[in-house]
Design a protein around this ligand. Structure first.
Ligand SMILES: Nc1ncnc2c1ncn2[C@@H]1O[C@H](COP(=O)(O)OP(=O)(O)OP(=O)(O)O)[C@@H](O)[C@H]1O
Ligand SMILES: [Mg+2]
Length: 317
């Protein structure tokens, strides 16, 4: 792999391909009828608002962590990833050659699918919106749970709690029966089975690294009769990672992700300086670098190697 200068943090991309979608985090380009280029920018969102300041290396962490996990799932789960290596991507799509530095670490060449309009959420611990639902009615996603559970308690077996993909605002939790109405019973069963498989394998690999994967969200698509795991996989943006040595049920857990950012925004809100809508208040450099450090740390803790090893160049916060 050629060595690179660290690219500055990237908020927007412009590549010589048709950009077919700009998500909160990823810019999606069409390569041809069969392939897409997903470029994870360094955009960061909190409380559903995308910040103005990008977080250095965040996009590369999301992409390289996804590739790392997929390399460890391949035999069990068909997935969309063709390459997350900028050299190979540029070789496959020569028009991207002048943009190599931008792509390093953050770009994925993937098989293009038709996306199932369902987020496949799985929860091994009672947290977030599931904890709120449980408190309100002792059930989660239409499934009854035992009384007396505490916040952050372990759920055994893990619960499959799908949600619809909302274009605006929060995703809406739906029952498994509703999911079957939307996309069919057989596909629903298959996606649940695959979601459980990826989650169980993920948490088995994370446990020796001292990380609990409290929950995660997967997406699937289909192409030519084949179901593929798509998008990002087991990243800090799509999952809750908890440091195992800190785990105490009965309270919320410090999450291994954008906690410094959320804490800052909460304080701004409480001080009456932000009403919770876009645009977000400007982020102090210390909050940006603390968030960057957190993502890099999550990558290194999980994979056992620094991000620099995956992107072939220096990485500094
Ligand atoms: N192999 C694939 N085929 C087709 N679409 C894909 C594939 N992989 C990912 N996508 C889509 O690409 C988009 C990635 O963008 P991104 O994750 O930033 O946006 P989002 O999901 O709308 O926002 P957020 O994740 O913040 O809720 C998603 O809409 C995802 O469904
Ligand atoms: Mg997404």
């Amino acid at each position: 792999m050629t060595s690179i200068d660290p690219t500055p943090a990237v908020r927007d991309t412009q590549l010589p391909l048709a950009r077919i979608r700009q998500g909160k985090i990823r810019d999606v380009y069409e390569v041809d009828a069969d392939r897409l280029l997903l470029v994870a920018t360094d955009r960061v969102s909190a409380f559903d608002v995308v910040m103005r300041e990008p977080v250095p290396h965040k996009g590369a962490v999301l992409t390289q962590l996804t590739a790392w996990w997929l390399a460890r799932m391949g035999d069990h789960v068909d997935h969309h990833l063709l390459s997350a290596d900028a050299n190979a991507i540029v070789a496959a799509v020569p028009v991207l050659a002048p943009h190599h530095a931008l792509l390093v670490g953050r770009a994925m060449l993937v098989r293009r699918t038709t996306v199932y309009p369902v987020e496949c959420v799985i929860r091994g611990f009672l947290s977030g919106s599931a904890w709120k639902e449980y408190q309100a009615g002792k059930q989660v996603g239409g499934q009854r749970l035992a009384a007396g559970l505490r916040e952050s308690d372990r759920l055994d077996p893990a619960m499959f709690t799908p949600a619809t993909k909302a274009d605006h605002g929060h995703d809406e939790n739906i029952s498994v029966a509703r999911m079957a109405d939307l996309i069919g019973a057989a596909v629903t069963q298959k996606l649940e089975r695959l979601t459980r498989l990826v989650y169980e394998r993920g948490r088995a690999l994370a446990a020796p690294q001292g990380i609990l994967i409290a929950d995660t969200k997967l997406e699937f698509g289909h192409v030519g009769g084949q179901v593929l795991l798509i998008d990002e996989v087991l990243t800090p943006d799509s999952s809750r990672f908890w440091p195992a040595d800190d785990y105490t049920p009965g309270r919320g857990q410090a999450s291994f992700d954008k906690q410094p950012l959320r804490d800052y925004l909460d304080a701004e809100r409480q001080a009456g300086r932000w009403n919770g809508d876009a645009p977000a208040p400007p982020l102090p450099p210390a909050v940006v670098s603390a968030t960057s450090a957190r993502y890099l740390d999550a990558y290194q803790r999980l994979t056992g190697a620094p991000l620099a090893a995956a992107v072939g160049g220096p990485v500094s916060v």
